[in-house]
Structures are given as structure tokens and as C-alpha cells.
Design a binder for this molecule. Structure first.
Ligand code: DQA
Length: 147
């Protein structure tokens, strides 16, 4: 059984109360349940995590990289939150580990402020899903089984 990492960056622990007009009413626990259901149906093991700390996210990408190297990882779904737009470290960790990573955003970042239009992760990602609300998470997991 292969493992899927679903990683969430800063402020995603506030889902449900944070700008509901932008991010909707679902909590992070709801998103985890959605991902768990999808992984169960697809016969995958889920590692679902959230951190507000860039270095912790780097460490988790390295952990995913070790599983990738041993053939146990299917891939990573990563909503890096605001670090998407600022973090060379997350770009380097993604490239350096060779993991298959799908960048994910709940909102359509391209329809928002200009500072959200650039992603440091996108050039290192296999694909990007954005603007589909929390429905993007199960779609990203399923995409990992198809690519
Ligand atoms: C986000 C979009 C980012 O621009 C923002 O900083 C977030 C959430 C999203 O899921 O839409 O924290 O990644």
C-alpha cells in the first residue's frame, strides 16, 4: 500500500472561520476526513498534516523524499498557503527530493491579489490545482493515481 502525504501550510488550521467567503465553511478536520475517505477508496495510506512553520514543512518534504526513495510514496499534495509565494526553501526541498508533488490551493489565486500570482513551488510541482475549493484535495489525490 503506497502512502500519500497531504501537507498544509500556515493558517490552514483556521479553515472554517478564516475568510469563509474565500475559503468556504469546511474545517481542516473536514478536509482530512475527505482525504481519508478518498485514500480508503483508492487503497492508499494517508499522512495528513498541517504546520505554520516553514522548516517543519521542509522536514516533512524530506521525510516524503525518503519514502519516495524506498518506493513507498505515491506522491504529495501540498497546500503551502502563503509560503507558496515566498519560499525558495520549499521549492528546493521539492526538487531536491525528487517527489511527485501537486501544488494545491482552495481559492483561485490567479483571480486574487497580484502577490498571489507567483508561485515558487509551481516550477518544481508536477501539476497545480487551484480554485476548486476543498474538492481540490480528493481530485489531487486521485490525480496522483493517474499520472
Ligand atoms: C491558499 C492561497 C494562498 O495565497 C494563501 O496564502 C493561503 C491559502 C489557498 O488554499 O487558496 O493561505 O493556499
Amino acid at each position: 500500500m503506497k502512502t500519500v502525504f497531504v501537507l498544509n501550510g500556515p493558517n490552514l488550521n483556521l479553515l472554517g472561520t478564516r475568510e469563509p467567503a474565500v475559503y468556504g465553511a469546511h474545517t481542516l478536520a473536514d478536509v482530512e476526513a475527505l482525504c481519508a475517505d478518498t485514500c480508503q477508496k483508492l487503497g492508499l495510506k494517508l499522512e495528513f498534516r498541517q504546520s505554520n512553520h516553514e522548516g517543519t514543512l521542509v522536514d516533512w518534504l524530506h521525510e516524503a523524499g525518503r519514502l519516495h526513495a524506498s518506493g513507498e510514496l505515491l506522491g504529495v499534495v501540498f497546500n503551502a498557503g502563503a509560503y507558496t509565494h515566498t519560499s525558495v526553501a520549499l521549492h528546493d526541498a521539492t526538487k531536491g527530493t525528487g517527489i511527485t508533488l501537486i501544488e494545491l490551493h482552495i481559492s483561485n489565486v490567479h483571480a486574487r491579489e497580484a502577490f498571489r500570482h507567483h508561485s515558487y513551488l509551481a516550477p518544481a510541482a508536477r501539476g497545480v490545482i487551484c480554485g476548486l475549493g476543498v474538492a481540490g484535495y480528493p481530485l489531487a489525490i486521485e490525480a496522483l493515481t493517474r499520472i
